[in-house]
Structures are given as C-alpha cells and as structure tokens.
Design a protein around this ligand. Structure first.
Ligand code: HEC
Length: 225
C-alpha cells in the first residue's frame, strides 16, 4: 500500500513537472521563420516597450511565455485590437490576421512554441497611411447628420463611450448612401483613425450621417481634392 502511494505521488509529480521542464516540440512552425514576421508586423505597434499594451512581443523571449494567450487572442479575434467591423469599408493599416496566419500561430503554440534556427525574419513591408503623404485637414463633427465640405474623405475616427458602436455613412447629394465604417465595442484606450484604402469623393452638399448613440462625435480627415 505504502509503495503504491509513493508510486502514485511520483506519477503526479512527474505529470506536473513535465510541461514546465520543456514542452515537446511537435511542429515545424517556428518563431524565427514564421511567427516573428506576423507578430512583429501586426502586434508590435502596441506590443512594444513604449506601446499601449502591457507586454512587448518583439523577441522570442518576450513572446514565448505568452504563446498560448497569443493563440487564444488570435483565434477569437480579440487581437489585434481593431474595431472596424469586417465587410464595411476597406482600410489601410488594417492589422487583421488571415485564417492562414491564425492557423500558423495555433500550430506554433500547440506544437511547443519552438524558436527555430538562425535569426528572426523581419515583418514584410505594409502599406501605412503615414507613408503616403501629408495629412489632410481634420475636423470634428457631431453624431447624427452633419454637412461636409467638398473634397475627399480619407479617414474617420469615432469618439464614443466605452463599448458603444456606431455606423458611419455618407449621404451624397444624389441621395445615395455610402457606408464608410462600422466601429464596434469602442475602447477609449484605443482610438485610431481608420484610413480608407480608397478615399471617397465628397461632392458639394454631401453629409455625414451616423447610426448609433445620439451624443458622440466623429473626427474626419478631408483633403480639398
Ligand atoms: C492597437 C493595439 C494592439 C494591437 C495592434 C495588438 N494588441 Fe494585444 N493588447 C493590446 C492591449 C491594450 C492589451 C491589454 C488589454 C487587453 O487585454 O485588451 C493587449 C493584450 C494582449 C494579450 C493579453 C491577453 C488578452 O487576450 O488580453 C495578448 C495575448 C495579446 N494582446 C496578443 C496580441 C496579438 C497576438 C496581436 C497581433 C496579432 C496583438 N495583441 C495586437 C493592444 C494591442
């Protein structure tokens, strides 16, 4: 009986200790070759020493303890923290992960999160608004219905209360409506300008209309032409 108890305790200890000692590596997906380009490209705008997120993910040693949490956040699309709903508008700077990238992250985390050989691959270049040229004029409009100057709409940003959502559309002089963005579950810690991939033409007499809370405001970036 006593021997059995000792054996039992030894097995329990072994199973507790095993994952801490070293997760077995069961994947060929590695940080250096596959994951670093995704995470440093899509997450490090916030997950860097001076970013808005509490923990940096610039190196393997920084990201490794978070491998499981990174997988969970990517799978449920809690991260990257991007609040423009899919299917409404097409934006520059959109850091959303593709299903393939999510699958790579999951395979990496589930397979023991290996580092891999060599040095980490850099993130591919992406199209950012900052790289495109001087910023257009910015103005703040109340939610509801507001007149817009003639020109071109480049970006919108909502100022809402926490967890509120708002739909933003253009009402053109010919009566057409064009959806600009649907910003959902607003988080005041995170309020980017959503830059349109293709700026929208604003003929004279265009209006901005919103659907959602009565009291909020929308920042718009507009160029003269
Ligand atoms: C725009 C900023 C921003 C971007 C981009 C971003 N994060 Fe975050 N992240 C945060 C903030 C802020 C927190 C802390 C608050 C929270 O958890 O929402 C956080 C927390 C986390 C956490 C902690 C656990 C959790 O789920 O809250 C994980 C894991 C995470 N982020 C993974 C990622 C990954 C992976 C990416 C890229 C694919 C990413 N983040 C991109 C801002 C960002």
């Amino acid at each position: 009986m006593k021997r059995l108890l000792i054996l039992g305790a030894a097995i329990v200890l072994a199973t507790i200790a095993a994952p801490r000692a070293h997760d077995p590596i069961t994947t060929r997906v590695t940080w250096n070759a596959d994951i670093a380009p995704i995470v440093t490209g899509r997450c490090a705008s916030c997950h860097a020493p001076k970013g808005s997120a509490p923990m940096p993910f610039l190196t393997y040693d920084q990201a490794r303890p978070w491998a499981r949490a990174i997988k969970e956040a990517a799978l449920v699309r809690h991260m990257p923290n991007w609040r423009a709903a899919r299917g409404y508008g097409d934006f520059l700077d959109d850091p959303s992960l593709s299903p393939f990238e999510i699958a790579l992250i999951a395979a990496w985390a589930d397979g023991g999160a290996p580092k891999g050989d060599g040095v980490q691959k850099p993130a591919p270049d992406r199209e950012f608004r900052d790289a495109i040229g001087p910023l257009p004029r910015r103005m703040t409009l109340p939610c509801g219905e507001a007149a817009l100057p003639k020109g071109r709409l480049h970006g919108v940003r909502a100022r809402l209360a926490k967890d509120e959502s708002v739909g933003v559309a253009l009402l053109l002089p010919d009566g057409r409506r064009e959806i600009v963005a649907w910003i959902r579950d607003y988080d005041p810690r995170y309020q980017p300008m959503y830059w349109l991939r293709t700026p929208l033409r604003l003929p004279r007499g265009s209006k901005l209309i919103t659907e959602g809370p009565a009291s909020c405001s929308i920042d718009v970036s507009i160029s003269a032409r």
